[in-house]
Design a protein around this ligand. Structure first.
Ligand code: 8YV
Length: 315
């Protein structure tokens, strides 16, 4: 009897050990070059761990492709329509990362408002020779107004946390949500009203054709001079040059960014030289617990797709 071959899966390695352990040698892993150059033998699956671009041309180079499984909820790097046209299911990892990503929004709000990174640098420096009650005054978080752009699953978790800080919650979404917990007291506003009234503008929307460059010079000019912009969505939602200018000219108070466009920013980029911006290297879901759950779900989706079964979570 001939031994059945293992499913062949192209992945953008290096994969985390957890992912490899969960795959448990059940697949033959092929390098990303195969996605770029194609190969004569069939490829059964594509596992996207980072954010490398996958479009129809990649899919067409992988003959026999049955499934694309993405480690992460955002799939702006995958052309989902191309996959749909080819009947290839695309799995992602929603829900399991809502809490961690919302925690990151609050982390950036607190760090930005209270100037934590600047304070940390100062506390470590030789300049810190005496305590001065007048230095490094920041902006309050509690009781302030937050404007959440994108009231999806993560947006809702951000709202819950802001409610615990007794914040006044505004949100902008493609449509008003009638199912929000009433205790959040969240008010649906126009995008313009959200920009002008919020002390914290928090971007939690997916990157799509509609949201690319959503925050540009005009939108930044509508924000309060004391306002803080938080981006835990995708860098492309914000026009990087416009943000750099606004921060340089103190048109807004601070920006807290978990994501940038490009990512990473080139060394020497002007944004990196400004003290009124706090930047994290895309850590939204980066906790041991959440990344484990993402690994479990994305590997499960991969294996289900390879077996021709419906995925647990699809885009
Ligand atoms: C992931 C993310 O860690 O899920 C997403 O959309 O942005 C991150 O939380 C990332 O996609 C994995 O590369």
């Amino acid at each position: 009897m001939t031994e059945q071959r293992k499913p062949r899966v192209v992945a953008d390695t290096p994969l985390a050990d957890t992912v490899l352990e969960l795959m448990d040698n059940r697949v033959e892993l092929l390098p990303w070059d195969v996605a770029l150059e194609g190969c004569d033998d069939p490829v059964d699956g594509l596992y996207t761990y980072g954010h490398l671009e996958v479009d129809g041309s990649v899919m067409d180079r992988l003959s026999g492709l049955k499934v694309i499984s993405n480690f992460g909820v955002g799939v702006d790097h995958i052309n989902v329509q191309d996959a749909r046209d080819r009947g290839i299911p695309v799995g992602n990892t929603p829900n399991v990362l809502n809490g961690a990503t919302a925690d990151m929004a609050l982390t950036l709000m607190l760090a930005s408002g209270r100037r934590l990174v600047e304070g940390d640098c100062y506390a470590r420096s030789a300049e810190f020779t005496y305590y001065d009650p007048g230095y490094m005054l920041g902006r309050e978080i509690h009781s302030e107004t937050v404007g959440i752009v994108g009231m999806g699953r993560i947006g809702l978790e951000v709202a819950r946390r802001c409610a615990a800080f007794n914040m006044n919650i505004l949100y902008y979404n493609r449509r008003e949500r009638t199912d929000l917990p009433p205790e959040l007291n969240a008010t649906y506003t126009s995008f313009d009203d959200l920009l002008t009234e919020s002390d914290y503008v928090v971007l939690v929307c997916p990157l799509t054709d509609e949201t690319r460059g959503l925050i540009g010079a005009e939108q930044l000019s509508k924000m309060k001079q004391t306002a803080i912009l938080i981006n835990i969505a995708r860098g492309g939602v914000v026009d990087t040059d416009a943000l750099t200018n606004a921060l340089k000219n103190c048109e807004i108070y601070h920006a807290g960014l978990d994501v940038t466009e490009p990512e990473p920013l080139p060394r020497g980029h002007e944004l990196l030289s400004l003290s009124n911006v706090t930047i994290a290297p895309h850590l939204g879901s980066a906790t041991e617990q959440t990344r484990f759950k993402m690994a479990e779900l994305s590997v499960e989706n991969l294996m289900l797709g390879l077996a021709g079964e419906p995925l647990r979570t699809t885009v």
